[in-house]
Design a protein around this ligand. Sequence first.
Ligand SMILES: CC(C)(COP(=O)(O)OP(=O)(O)OC[C@H]1O[C@@H](n2cnc3c(N)ncnc32)[C@H](O)[C@@H]1OP(=O)(O)O)[C@@H](O)C(=O)NCCC(=O)NCCS
Length: 166
Amino acid sequence: MSDLTPRSFERSVTTMTEHVLPGHANALGTVFGGSIMSWIDVCGAICAQRHAQKLVVTAFVDDLVFEGPVRVGEVVKLQARVNATFRTSMELEVIVEGENPISGKVWPCVRAMLTFVAIDETTRKPVPVPPLLLDTDDLRRRQKLGEERRAHRLERAHRLEHPKSQ
Ligand SMILES: CC(C)(COP(=O)(O)OP(=O)(O)OC[C@H]1O[C@@H](n2cnc3c(N)ncnc32)[C@H](O)[C@@H]1OP(=O)(O)O)[C@@H](O)C(=O)NCCC(=O)NCCS
């Protein structure tokens, strides 16, 4: 039986640091969007697994806006946290920043929202996740906003799956 006792978001916060190497970059010498997307998915998945203590799969990635480039030799910093939990799914927020390790300058790169679903290792079916412990106004606000975004997401996913039904 899974432990579905509410869990604090702090216990699953996940950070990652990547050094941008030539293999990550395009012809302009800035990091490929695809490299950043892959790091976002990995950082989010680790955070979701830490919260759920289950395997997870990525179900949905919200729109991504790349705010600032990161060049070869600079650093990409990622931090993921669980924003909201539902029955078997969770909304994760991943904040990505660029950093120049010489000057110490830090700038916004991307803010991503992803939905992960917890999966039973044997049956490969979705399984319930523990709720977040909502003991502050900020945490309750994040959960509520996550629920609103989830409704839009599911509507959007339905429209993508059934384009002719509109
Ligand atoms: C995500 C997946 C497990 C959902 O399976 P399913 O049979 O549709 O299961 P359900 O309908 O019971 O939905 C399970 C949960 O996923 C959520 N979900 C399903 N599709 C979703 C989508 N497109 N966006 C957001 N949430 C979604 C449901 O809302 C539900 O959440 P809840 O239990 O918290 O209410 C399944 O579609 C899948 O395996 N997709 C492929 C995932 C993958 O390969 N990712 C890339 C590699 S990790």
